[in-house]
Design a protein around this ligand. Sequence first.
Ligand SMILES: [Fe+2]
Length: 484
Amino acid sequence: MGNKGKILVVDDEESLREICREALVEHGYEVVEAKNGIEAIECLKNDKDIDIVLSDLNMPEMDGMALIDYINRHNLDVELIVMTGFGTIETAVEVMKKGALDYIPKPFYLNHLLVKIDSAIERRQEKKQRERLNKLVQILKLNRDLNAKLNLSSLLNEFLFHVERTFSPDGTAIFLKEDHTYSPSRIRGEFKKNPILIKKIKEIAEYLINKGGRSLLYIPGKVEDEDLMANGKLADISKQLMICPLISKSGIIGAVCLIRSLDSLDFNFDDLQLLNVFCSQTAAILENAQLYGRVLEMNREIIRSLAKAVEAKDSYTKGHSDQVAYYAVKLGRKLGLNSDELDKLYWAGIVHDVGKIGIPDNILNKPGKLTDEEFEIMKRHPVIGKEILSQIESLKDIMPIIYHHHERVDGRGYPEKMKGEDIPFLARLISVVDAYDAMTSDRAYRKAMPPSKAAAILEDGAGAMWDEELVDYWLRVLKQEKKI
Ligand SMILES: [Fe+2]
């Protein structure tokens, strides 16, 4: 039996098939035969190892052109060489246009045929190698991009981006395990419009997960799945479907489902294999992100309660941290900051005064003006805040905002007496809204000011206490909201 490759010879003339078979087998090829397009399609369906289809054009029942159309429509992974008995240039051009690799006019010398088959096999191997390399590059790119992300949501988006670019599905769904059930974490494309379909696909995905996490390629009428067909789960699915589990060290954490309509190119087993590699690459990173998210959430809960504890020390500052967070995000939005920065602003707002936990109550709640000595103690709160936050890995990013939220652009603030743009941008931003909220709320030593008065003070201090541009933007926000 040959091992150079497998050739499907399609011709209605038995004698010609025989001559081709003998020559090819002698030359080290394996040969299968069909006498028309219909038989050839049967062979292609049943035998995924065929490398080259060597086909006649004129045949009864289904001719060569129809066979080429079928191969193209189903995106079959074979090379085509056409034998043409009426070898005109027009016919040759037409079959080449349709994607045939080569043609050979009849009658031909067997040597000539063998040279063409050899070179087709060589080109096919080179193509396969390129594809493998390409896949490897895609996998490496996915890995690189995923590793740059820690946050679950951006990880899922990155994964989806790679999946959609590689497989061009009409719909994608990612199910992730939460507690003991699987829920859709991302739904895209066709799935969005079709809640019934997503429900069915979820059932299939869960069934496969319970069966140990096997993957599935389903193309109605072509690639079927006995087990799922037997229990009717695929009964109403009139789409091509690929499902791969997300398996990490601790087990199956979810599944990825892709659909494509039947008139699109077919998914194939190579696609399924690549999707499986994508999923196994991603599962471990996703699991880490889930754990990281949970730890982050726990930390944040601790921090939130810490911020509340500070407010409890001083009845006048109740709600101040929430309010600063709210204003900071509002101003950040006005400036067009991205979601990462808005997130930082929110948390910085919540915890900006967390260091006050270390300031004695009698100073915090003093009704009158602080003495110089008391003020020196009060000035320590950003330093204490920094110390607290440095214990929490997930909040290290916002530490500079907390540490510098009392700097002034003229360099007369604290704790570092930083000037202008040396002060971190988000710290300068917090400083503006912090001052605004402080002025417009009741304090132990004075009543709340009306927004217009606070705005005038901000305008006055712009360029000295606060960043001029940021004050300007904040006043625009207030005007927009008809506060001033
Ligand atoms: Fe403060």
